[in-house]
Design a protein around this ligand. Sequence first.
Ligand SMILES: [Fe+2]
Ligand SMILES: [Fe+2]
Length: 190
Amino acid sequence: MQPIGPLMIEHRLIERMIALMGQELSRIQDNVAVDPEFAFVDPVFIDIAVDFIKTYADRCHHGKEEGILFKSLAAKPLSPEHRRTMEELIQEHAWARETTAKLFKAKENYLLEKPGALNEVLENLGRLVEFYPGHIEKEDQHFFLPAMNYLAAPEKTEMLQQMVDFDRQLIHEKYRQVVEGIEQRRACRI
Ligand SMILES: [Fe+2]
Ligand SMILES: [Fe+2]
């Protein structure tokens, strides 16, 4: 398998979550159209979607793109077009990270019944739903395959192994952070 294989497989799962987020967005918008007072945000769905984007799409998937694939490509004689595309992809990851944090904050504001919070949730959910398909298409159709031409076969094999090792660490990192997060919150209360 080429090292872009696992990344493209991950794209398919991200697309499925983005489709679910789009359905949730439509549901809330439909309710707002009928009666804004009747519209409600499902905070559990938002928490699950934010965790998916933060842990799977960003830490696991963008983490391998930036930390393994792009890092190796940065040292290669990329064409100006490919280098520009790679820089755009990195900027897009940063934008998605910020927007996901805004969505989480909007959901918190919604739970606190702050004015405008419902719109903040809709705006940031909508931005992510609109963004991801284009980002994925840019990688799948315009970057990943030409990028493979810059790598020799042994480099590709090594890269694939690095991706396996990266993934193996993640479950431990994730739940270490869960425990540390609770410990820190308790320490703040003492
Ligand atoms: Fe990406
Ligand atoms: Fe990607």
